[in-house]
Design a protein around this ligand. Structure first.
Ligand SMILES: NC(=O)c1ccc[n+]([C@@H]2O[C@H](COP(=O)([O-])OP(=O)(O)OC[C@H]3O[C@@H](n4cnc5c(N)ncnc54)[C@H](OP(=O)(O)O)[C@@H]3O)[C@@H](O)[C@H]2O)c1
Length: 287
């Protein structure tokens, strides 16, 4: 996600300093006009708005609060923005840690995947002060189209987890439906035409069907990231004393996918669990 977001920032004319743990991944950004910092502390010293998009919660905690990270090096008045899906508890902890040093924090998770980042059409759901949000908007507009402040720090993460509940349940339901249709011998292109005009339609169905027809399960949204996200959704349901039976069922589908070795594939690869199941065909084949 960080690569295409950085490119959009450069295209929008921002001065950009980048740092990535695996330095080779930052090289193409240098060619596009970014300054590559040799360390996180160098990036922090040279930036007033600092964005991160990391795939593990421990990594976010380390970058924002750890030694050599943003808390120890950024000046008061800087703005820190986390675009990862980190959950409300960590977002609030980071907000407190940075706030003690006068650094503003926005938890601002995104939806739309690497394609949306590259096209500048991400949805961004932010939590933090109205002032920090307004100051950050010119940055966020470089890669976001729908950008909403949902409330104080943590509110962006709460919103993203509600979105992730729907994304995964819809994705699993789409895979189940497409797997069934294939076993019934239905023509998937015609099915797509019908469903896109029916109540069965969803963005995850359209996305999954498109990838099945293209036979493209290379990860835009890898299943391993949903393991983290669904754990956070379960924690949220527990803390809100909310029953979440749909995400419970979908989580079992994710466990099956991980056991089948699909963790690094796209969520659309869930289809293979349903269509390749060896329990005989029950459909009527077209003549
Ligand atoms: N992919 C999507 O469709 C999508 C959509 C919306 C939101 N998100 C969220 O966005 C976040 C990032 O996802 P992604 O798909 O961009 O993941 P990714 O491609 O795996 O990138 C993860 C980044 O985190 C860095 N990193 C991991 N551990 C680190 C550590 N200990 N110290 C420093 N850097 C570390 C990696 O550095 P290295 O290069 O050195 O490994 C890499 O730059 C996740 O929270 C995800 O849930 C993803």
């Amino acid at each position: 996600m960080g690569g295409p977001m950085s490119r959009r920032l450069l295209e929008a004319g921002h001065r950009l300093v980048v740092y990535n743990r695996t330095s080779s991944k930052a090289v193409p950004l240098a060619a596009a006009g970014a300054t590559v910092a040799a360390s996180l502390s160098e990036l922090v010293a040279r930036s007033t708005v600092i964005c991160a998009c990391l795939d593990r919660l421990e990594a976010s905690e380390e970058v924002w609060l750890g030694p050599g990270g943003v808390r120890s090096g950024a000046s008061a008045g800087s703005i820190a923005i986390d675009h990862g899906t980190i959950g409300p508890a960590l977002a609030r902890r980071i907000g407190i840690g940075l706030g003690e040093r006068g650094i503003e924090f926005l938890d601002a998770p995104v939806s739309g995947g690497p394609e949306g980042a590259g096209q500048g059409t991400l949805t961004i759901m932010a939590g933090g002060s109205a002032e920090a949000f307004e100051t950050a908007l010119p940055v966020l507009r470089a890669y976001g189209r729908t950008i909403v402040r949902m409330g104080p720090i943590g509110a962006g993460s709460l919103t993203k987890l509600v979105n992730q509940l729907l994304t995964f349940v819809h994705g699993a339901a789409a895979a189940e439906a497409i797997g069934l249709a294939e076993r019934l011998g239905l023509d998937l292109r015609s099915l797509g035409d019908v469903l896109q005009a029916s109540f069965g339609q969803s963005r995850m169905l359209a996305r999954t069907l498109g990838r099945v027809l293209e036979r493209d399960f290379e990860a835009g949204a890898p299943l391993r990231l949903y393991g983290k996200d669904l754990r956070l959704v379960h924690e949220l349901g527990h803390s809100a004393n909310a029953a979440l039976p749909m995400i419970g069922a979908a989580s079992r589908v994710l466990e099956q996918a991980q056991a089948a070795g699909l963790s690094d594939q796209d969520i659309a690869a869930l289809v293979t669990l349903f269509r390749d199941r060896d329990n005989g065909s029950v459909g009527i084949r077209h003549r």
